[in-house]
Design a protein around this ligand. Structure first.
Ligand SMILES: Nc1nc2c(c(=O)[nH]1)N[C@H]1C(S)=C(S)[C@@H](COP(=O)(O)OP(=O)(O)OC[C@H]3O[C@@H](n4cnc5c(N)ncnc54)[C@H](O)[C@@H]3O)O[C@H]1N2
Ligand code: MOO
Length: 436
C-alpha cells in the first residue's frame, strides 16, 4: 500500500488496491476540532498544546502512612533507643487543617496528606511503635476504633533524612510546563494527566459519525424468523462493529429494501448525521443492484459516486463518492459478507482514521511463513485469505468463498497473495495483515 497514482485507471481497467485507497484518502480531510469532555476524547487527536496551570503535586505531601517529624529529633533513633515524640494531631489526605510540628513533636500523617509546617520528613508507621508503646507497629489503628491515635506519644525506631517519604510540590511536573503537545493521541494515561491538571475538556478532532446501511430485500434482522429465501442481515452489524473499532461513532441503519425510491429517501435522511456513509450490497451487475443504480444517477448538488472493479478478491466491486451539498463521503461495499468485511478493513478503516487526523494505515503487514500450500489464487487479483497467525507462522482457515462467515470469525489475520501469484507452497513467506 505505498504508491500513489497520478490519475484514475482508464475506463474498464481494474483498479489496484492502492489506487482505490489513494482515491478515497485524497478526498478526505480531518474533521474540524471541537471541545469535548475527557472521556469522549479518548482515542482522539489533541489539536491544542496543553500547559500545566499549577504544579503537580500542588503541595509537598507524604508518600507513606506514618509520622511527620523534624529530622533532628530522630537522629540516631533505633529500636533499642527510640526517639520519643509527642503526637500533636492527625493529618488526613484532603484535610486543609494544618498542625505545626515543633521540636520533640510529630504529627500522624496519611499518604497524600500535606506535610505540616516544621516537619522535614515522614517516618513510615512500620518504623515506629504506632503510639502503642509495644514495639514495632505493622499498621495504624483505624481512627474510628482509636480516636486517641492522633495524640499521646510515638516511639520512632529509625532516623530519616530531610525529604524522606515526601513527594515534593512540582516533582511530577511544574507550572507552565507543556503537559501534552498538539498531535498527541489521547489514551488513558493522557486523559489521566488532563484530569490531574484540572482539565475537564480537551480540544480534539472528533470521532467521525459513520452511518452504516445494508441493502437487500432478502435481509431480516437477527432475532426474527426467516421466511423462504430470506437470510439474517449480518453486514450492518459487522460493519458497525468495525466502525466502532476503528474509532468512529457508528450508527447502524436497518437493511433497506432493493427499491430505488426507498434507498434514495433513506440516504437523504441519513446524510444530516453522517461524516461518512457506508453501504453494503447492490454494487455488482445484477438486476436488483440498487445502490449502484441509484448512486450512479446522482449529479450536481446531489454529489456523485463512482463504481469500479478492483483487482482484489474478495471485494472486486466497489463504489466511492461524495453525497449532498456537504459532500459527505460514501463507500459502497460489496454485499458478500467477507467482501464487505475485508473492504472495510482495507478502505473504510483508513478513511475513518484520516477523518480523525490519525495515520490512516495503522496495520503494517508482518511477514509470516505459510503452514500449508495455497492451491490456487486468481491471476491478476490480490487475494486476501482468512487465516490464523501465531509466532511467525500463518495458517489459512476456510476457503476463499466470500460467504464464509464462520471461517472469518475463526480468523485473526489475512494472508495477502499477490496479484501475479496463483499458488504458494508450504513454507512460503507471505505478507499478513493482523486483525483486531
Ligand atoms: N455476474 C456477476 N455476478 C457477480 C459478480 C460479477 O462480477 N458478475 N461479482 C460477484 C462479486 S465478486 C461480489 S462481491 C458480489 C457483490 O454483490 P453485491 O454488492 O451486489 O451484493 P448483493 O448482490 O446485494 O449480495 C451479495 C451476497 O451477499 C449477501 N448479502 C448482502 N447483504 C448482506 C447482509 N447485509 N448480510 C448478510 N448477507 C448479505 C446476499 O444475500 C448475497 O448472497 O456480486 C457477485 N456477483
Ligand atoms: O470480489 Mo467478491 O467481493 O469476491 O466476493
Amino acid at each position: 500500500m505505498s504508491s500513489t497514482p497520478d490519475a484514475p485507471p482508464a475506463p474498464g481497467r481494474l483498479w489496484s488496491v492502492e489506487e482505490h485507497l489513494a482515491d478515497v484518502l485524497d478526498a478526505l480531510r480531518p474533521l474540524d476540532p471541537i471541545e469535548i469532555g475527557l472521556l469522549d476524547a479518548q482515542g482522539c487527536v489533541l489539536t491544542e498544546d496543553v500547559t500545566v496551570p499549577a504544579a503537580l503535586p500542588p503541595f509537598d505531601n507524604s508518600s507513606m502512612d506514618g509520622y511527620a517529624v523534624r529530622t533532628a529529633d530522630v537522629e540516631g533513633a533505633s529500636e533499642e533507643f527510640p526517639a520519643v515524640l509527642t503526637v500533636v494531631g492527625d493529618i488526613a489526605a484532603g484535610s486543609g487543617q494544618r498542625v505545626e510540628v515543633g521540636p520533640g513533636q510529630a504529627a500522624r500523617i496519611m499518604t497524600g496528606a500535606p506535610l505540616p509546617p516544621g516537619a522535614q520528613a515522614v517516618v513510615p508507621v512500620e518504623w515506629t511503635d504506632g503510639g502503642s508503646g509495644r514495639g514495632p507497629a505493622t499498621a495504624m489503628t483505624a481512627r474510628a476504633a482509636a480516636p486517641e491515635g492522633g495524640g499521646g506519644e510515638v516511639r520512632v525506631h529509625r532516623p530519616v533524612t530531610a525529604g524522606a517519604h515526601v513527594r515534593a510540590r512540582g516533582s511530577d511536573v511544574g507550572a507552565g510546563a507543556l503537559a501534552l503537545a498538539a498531535g498527541t493521541v489521547l489514551g488513558p494515561p493522557q486523559i489521566g494527566l488532563l484530569a490531574a491538571i484540572g482539565r475537564a475538556t480537551a480540544v480534539v478532532r472528533p470521532r467521525p459519525r459513520v452511518v452504516v446501511l445494508s441493502t437487500g430485500s432478502e435481509l431480516v434482522p437477527p432475532g426474527e424468523e426467516l421466511a423462504p429465501g430470506q437470510i439474517h442481515d449480518s453486514n450492518s452489524f459487522v460493519l458497525t462493529a468495525c466502525a466502532r473499532d476503528a474509532g468512529a461513532l457508528a450508527y447502524r441503519v436497518g437493511a433497506v429494501d432493493d427499491d430505488p425510491a426507498t434507498l434514495r429517501a433513506t440516504l437523504e435522511d441519513q446524510l444530516v448525521r453522517a461524516d461518512l456513509l457506508v453501504t453494503s450490497g447492490g454494487v455488482s451487475v445484477g438486476a436488483y443492484d440498487v445502490v449502484k443504480e441509484v448512486l450512479s444517477g446522482f449529479s450536481g448538488e446531489e454529489g456523485s459516486v463512482d463504481f469500479r472493479r478492483l483487482a482484489m478478491q474478495p471485494g472486486k466491486p466497489q463504489g466511492f463518492g461524495r453525497l449532498g451539498l456537504d459532500r459527505v463521503p460514501l463507500l459502497a461495499l460489496p454485499g458478500n459478507p467477507v467482501s464487505a468485511y475485508v473492504s472495510f478493513e482495507l478502505f473504510v478503516r483508513p478513511a475513518i482514521r484520516a477523518l480523525m487526523g490519525l495515520d490512516p494505515l495503522d496495520r503494517a503487514p508482518v511477514r509470516a511463513v505459510l503452514d500449508a500450500p495455497v492451491a490456487s489464487s486468481p491471476k491478476g487479483r490480490r487475494q486476501f485469505l482468512r487465516a490464523r497467525y501465531e509466532d511467525g507462522t500463518v495458517g489459512v482457515v476456510g476457503g476463499a468463498g466470500s460467504h464464509l462467515v464462520k471461517a472469518l470469525a475463526d480468523a485473526d489475520a489475512l494472508v495477502v497473495v499477490p496479484e501475479e501469484t496463483t499458488a504458494l507452497p508450504a513454507g512460503a513467506e507471505v505478507d499478513v495483515i493482523r486483525l483486531g
